[in-house]
Design a protein around this ligand. Sequence first.
Ligand code: ADP
Ligand code: GN1
Ligand code: MG
Length: 360
Amino acid sequence: MNIESICREFGISGEIVACDVIKSGNINDTFKVTFRDAGGDSCYIVQQINTHVFKDPVSMMQNISLVTGHIADKLGDASERMVLSFLKAKSGESCFFDDEGKCWRSYRFIDDSITFDLCDDAEILEQAGFAFGNFQTMLGDFEASKLFETIPDFHDTEKRMNTLFSHVEADPLGRAADAASEIEFFRENFERAVCLTRMQKDGKLPLRVTHNDTKCNNVLFDIRTKKALAVIDLDTVMPGLALHDYGDAVRFSANTAAEDEPDISRIRLDNNKFRAFTKGFLSAAGAVLTENEKEKLIDSVIVIAMELAGRFLDDYLTGDCYFKTDYPGHNLVRTRAQIALAKDIIARYDELDAIIKTLL
Ligand code: ADP
Ligand code: GN1
Ligand code: MG
């Protein structure tokens, strides 16, 4: 089905005047569609949900409905550009299955907003940190048991590592030899990677309602003031660890390079970006963090960089079926980039931990 017909299913009227592909995400297919009528132009985000990754999109949309409703109630009149809102399909459901079985949803485009894939501006990064920290605190009183687990064991790093090792053993495509030194790195640093999973299982870290995919491009900013507006991409909002959100955001936003930079000599954790994001995050969420959480902030960045490296490598070994790739070997390049970041943080652990201590 074409995009215009999909939009009609969500009750959108007017003449379609533009349809742009938004390429930043690795999972879903996203389009920005503009319609014109006598009242002017209106924009919508239309997404094809990846049902290989999100197997129960109806329950996922129910989560998003509950979470956005909770935040909108808290924000009251201020909520208009501060929270995602989706359109209902004619069936009354919040997603629509086309005749090929593809699943679609539509969000109102938040006007005059912008996202940043890479960002060097400390003020914007501090805003992003605040937005993700604030997202967690706004959901602090949300009843977690209402949420469906959209991807079970999403941040169970130990399970992810063990899956990786079993695929290294099976080596279905004969690709493991391409990653011999990377596999060695996972074996040598296994304990570091699984430290949060172990603490969680031992009851040493509290389960909270978390976002679980805190890339900087999942925060919308006002195009003029550059203030954070809304946290978006709510597919993975589930019970989780505050540290996973912090660690994932830092590994993405504070990297000196892109998360798939092929030249690993360019990859480092940038102290200024790291400080700015951490400052914003702690100013919103620091007060609710436990001592154990505060202790492990820097470790969480290593954990998530290693977990994601392992996920990219697992995808490479099993045929690149999960993450979208732009070229053969892209997932191996991504693996190496995340390992390079983890190594930099491990090498500068005390220096980076000291920066966090100045902000707590
Ligand atoms: P993905 O899961 O593929 O990352 P997102 O939901 O994050 O998809 O959307 C991809 C991009 O589309 C975002 O980074 C942002 O630039 C833009 N976007 C998504 N939703 C909206 C919205 N409601 N208003 C404005 N821009 C949006
Ligand atoms: C995926 O959809 P996107 O690009 O926001 C992935 C994240 C990874 C990220 C790495 C559901 O996020 O876990 O950290 O790619 N999302 C899912 O870029 O697996
Ligand atoms: Mg996104």
